[in-house]
Structures are given as C-alpha cells and as structure tokens.
Design a protein around this ligand. Structure first.
Ligand code: FAD
Length: 468
C-alpha cells in the first residue's frame, strides 16, 4: 500500500498526528504493535492512573473528611476488584474512542511491529508471523517509552513492580516502597496511601519532584506526610532490592554513606522512562539513538537525520508528557502538509495529580536565579481562599514570578486544589506574554480557586494581595 504518511505507534503522539494528517488530506496509516490503540497514556499511563487516583480520593475523603461534612458512613471498605474493573472500563472507553476516530478519519490501522526496510518502506510483522509492506512518502516515529530498569534492581513484576503492574494490583498492600519521588511514583504511591497502605518513598535527590520549583516539592512532601502518612527517605541512593516470598527488601545508602534497609509487601520502581526503539530497524536507515536515554535525535522541525522521517513524543528530546507528544504530532502533520506550525516548548505545563495537585509552567525560581534574571515573586496561600475553606482544601499556594522591570510573567507554580486545571490560565496568559498586572486586573469569579492566581499576581505587583 502507498501512503503519504505512515505513523509508527498509536500513543498520544501517533494517533493525534495521524488524525491531523488525515484532516489535511494526506493518505495515512498507523501501525501499532498492541491490540488496543492509545499507547502508554491510554492503556497504562495517564488515563488508568487518573481513574485510580479518582477512586482512591473518593475513599480517602469518605474515610477522613466526610464526618466533618456531617456525612456518616458505616462499614466503609475498598473493593479492589471493582476499583480495578472500573479503571479497565475507563481505559476501554478511551481506546475504543481511538478506533472510532481512525475509522471516522479514514486512517488505515495495522496491527503488528513496524520496522524500516528503507526510509520509504515499512515492514509490518503481525503476531502470527505474517508480514505486510507499506510504502510511504513520510514516516512519523512515535514509539514512545518504557519504564527505566536499574541494572542492579531486577523487576519480577510480582512484588518488585513498575507503574504498569501497580495499576492492576489485586489487593491493598499493607506496606509499599516507591523508588523514585517523581511524578509517576508519587501519583501511584498516593493511590495506595489513600487506600490505607503505609508508603515509603526512597529518592536519590534531596527533594521530591526535583525538576519543579523547589517550593512545590517542599510543600507536597509536607502535605503527603501529614494527610496520608507517607514517609520520605530523600538523599537515599538505592543499592538493591530483593523479594523473598511476600516480603520485598530495599537497601539504600543515606547521605552519610550509611546502609539503610526497608521492608514492604510491594516495591514500585519509578525511576523514569527510557525511549523505546527496539525492533524498529533504525540502523537500516542510518539513525543512531543518543547514548543517554536512547532518544532519536531530531532537528527543530522534529525531522531526523533522514529526510522525510520524523520522530515525536517520548522517543525524542523534551518532557515525556502526553500533551507534548500530541502537540508534536500536530506540528509534524502540518509541516508535512506544507504549513508553518509552532510549539512553544517553554510553555508546556507540568502536572502532578496528587492531592493537592501540583502544576507548573515557565521558569522556576532556581532557573531564574541561575540565569541571573531579576524577578519579582508573589504568593498566595489557599488557607486564605474562601473557596478552599469551603471544600477543606487549604494546603498549598500559588506563586507568580514576573520580570522585575517589564512585569512579564516568567513562571507560575501552584500546589493546591484543581491546580491541574488552573494552570491553563497561566499558560494562556504567558502565551500572550501577559504581565502580572494583567492577571491582577482580570475579573475572576468568586468564590473559585482561581482567585488565588489573581491574588498571587497582585502580590507580585506592589505586594497588594487583598486577602492576606
Ligand atoms: P506512547 O504513548 O508510549 O505510545 C507509543 C506506542 O508505540 C505504543 O502503543 C507502542 O506499543 C507502539 N510501538 C512501539 N514500537 C512499535 C513498533 N515498532 N511498531 C508498532 N508499534 C510500536 N503524561 C501526561 O501528560 N499526563 C499524565 O497524567 C501522565 N501520567 C502518566 C502515568 C503513568 C503511570 C505513566 C507511565 C505515564 C504517564 N504520562 C503522563 C506520560 C505519557 O503516558 C507519555 O508521555 C505519552 O504516552 C507519550 O506518548 P507517545 O505517543 O510518545 O508514546
């Protein structure tokens, strides 16, 4: 079959890119090695993790805050089988949605492993061993990533597990160790902590969510310890893990070089993700991946060293996030169609779906200091928000960083209720190069959590927040 574009991988990068190609009139095919579409995000990432985060949050609230609201429930208990079944149903609805969208957009979908014969020929090897050849003027590689494995830490997928297995546990563990205090580890750790598991996070760096503004990690650690009883062993270098029967032992070295050992029922290894290119046959077209992280090198237009072969999403440089992959899918489709699209990589929001949620866009205080940029900072705590008091979500704050002279917003960092949704206002403002004064003068509905952003902007401009 002859195509304008063959997309390898149906994750958020691949399926969105394919749909945009089809919308632009390009004859498009997608090759996906798994039976369901949607990649990591829909099958074992964003969507199932949020489904379990929502379920566990309901349980936690029912157990801990309902009585304060005047609601009493007797015999509250977790039905893990049902919780996982609902999560599976949410995944199925989403992946079926992609099948529908492929049909609607007349995209040909092939099930099998795609590999390059040459830059215009893709071999699809199906589960039964049969093969099919597709030829394409352009190829988009969107093969995503897999959990990073540490060489000294064997993952048995039973007791020592990755995020994928953590989404299908059949029981609520009594104890759990999470190796890695990044986004995925903290989200899944908080799922189980909310269900009653005693969770210990072991993190190599001195702080959790270390790539975000330092104030966020500090506050998140404080709240997760206070509200969920999570323990944090920061500045701890994991040296090994072993499972004997139902007991996992994780060994680590603390900052003083002393040996530390922790035992638990399960251990989630969440130390990052590595670009996935196995079986693609990149050597056949002369593409060499980067030594660190296995990423496919691309230029500013996401084209590889081979003309007409593009790569997007987790398999290339930049944040490993679904929305970044989606925007890159659209970008490449429009480039192939001869348009001049644009992605502002400085304004890709980062979110942690713990409770409180954490969200961030633009430069952190640490980055501004390191770059010698003179800036103003304004913060507003949720404990001073009427809306947050009403919902008992008073932990956290919003921080606005603005250029000292021009007042242009350079970064917005928030931890608090619905921060994941609220960050969009900051992204829009920054895309239009708004000043903190602009946000301060925009009318925000009362009572909403978004008023905290307005107040933080007022604090950044002449320290004039009203409610603090
Ligand atoms: P993927 O989604 O990984 O898709 C790649 C696809 O390519 C896969 O389906 C794979 O089977 C297929 N493939 C690979 N090789 C071949 C081949 N040779 N032939 C055919 N098919 C092939 N991001 C967010 O933005 N928000 C979140 O809340 C979030 N939560 C997450 C939670 C967890 C637990 C995890 C693990 C990740 C989460 N992420 C989140 C990250 C997000 O899932 C990824 O950034 C996103 O899926 C990357 O999209 P992609 O299209 O690049 O690749």
């Amino acid at each position: 079959m002859q195509y304008d574009v063959v997309v390898i991988g149906s994750g958020p990068g691949g399926y969105v890119g394919a749909i945009r190609c089809a919308q632009l009139g390009l004859k498009t095919a997608v090759v996906e090695k798994y039976k369901t579409y949607g990649g990591t995000c829909l099958n074992v990432g964003c969507i199932p993790s949020k489904a379990l985060l929502d379920s566990s949050e309901h349980f936690h609230n029912a157990a801990h805050t309902f009585t304060t609201h005047g609601i009493n429930i007797k015999d509250l208990k977790v039905d893990m089988k049902q919780m996982i079944a609902r999560k599976d149903d949410v995944v199925a609805q989403n992946t079926a949605g992609i099948t529908y969208l492929f049909k609607k957009n007349k995209i040909d979908a092939f099930e099998g492993v795609a590999s390059f014969e040459d830059k215009n020929t893709i071999l699809v090897t199906k589960a039964d061993g049969s093969t099919e050849k597709l030829t394409a003027k352009n190829v988009i590689i969107a093969t995503g990533s897999k959990p990073t494995a540490l060489p000294f830490l064997p993952i048995d997928k039973k007791r020592i597990i990755t995020s994928t297995e953590a989404l299908t546990l059949k029981e609520v563990p009594k104890t759990m160790i999470v190796i890695g205090g990044g986004v995925i580890g903290l989200e899944l750790g908080s799922v189980y902590a909310r269900l009653g598991t005693k969770v210990t996070v072991v993190e190599f760096a001195p702080a959790i969510i270390g790539t975000m503004d330092a104030g966020l990690g500090k506050e998140l650690q404080r709240v997760l310890k206070k509200s969920l009883g999570m323990e944090f062993l920061t500045s701890h270098k994991v040296t090994g893990a072993s499972a004997k029967g139902k007991v996992v032992t994780v060994t680590a070295e603390n900052a003083k070089g002393e040996a530390v050992s922790v035992e638990a029922d399960y251990c989630i290894v969440a130390v990052g993700r590595t670009a996935y290119t196995a079986g693609l046959g990149l050597d056949k077209i002369g593409i060499t991946t980067e030594e660190r992280g296995n990423k496919i090198p691309v230029n500013d237009h996401l084209e590889t060293s081979v003309a007409g072969v593009y790569a997007i999403g987790d398999v290339v440089k930049g944040a490993m996030l679904a929305h970044k992959a989606e925007d890159e899918g659209i970008y490449v489709a429009e480039r192939i169609a001869g348009q001049k699209p644009h992605i502002n990589y400085n304004l890709i929001p980062g979110v942690v779906y713990t409770w409180p949620e954490v969200a961030s866009v633009g430069q952190t205080e640490e980055q501004l200091k390191a770059a010698g940029v003179k800036y103003k900072a304004g913060s507003f705590p949720f404990k001073a928000s009427g809306r947050a008091k009403a919902s008992m979500d008073t932990d956290g704050f919003v921080k606005v960083l603005a250029d000292e002279k021009t007042d242009e917003i350079l970064g917005v960092h928030m931890i608090g209720p619905r921060a994941a949704d609220m960050i969009a206002e900051a992204v829009v403002a920054m895309e239009f190069r708004a000043s903190a004064e602009d946000i301060a003068r925009i009318c925000h509905a009362h009572p909403t959590y978004t008023e905290a952003l307005k107040e933080a902007a007022m604090a950044a401009t002449e320290n004039r927040a009203i409610h603090i």
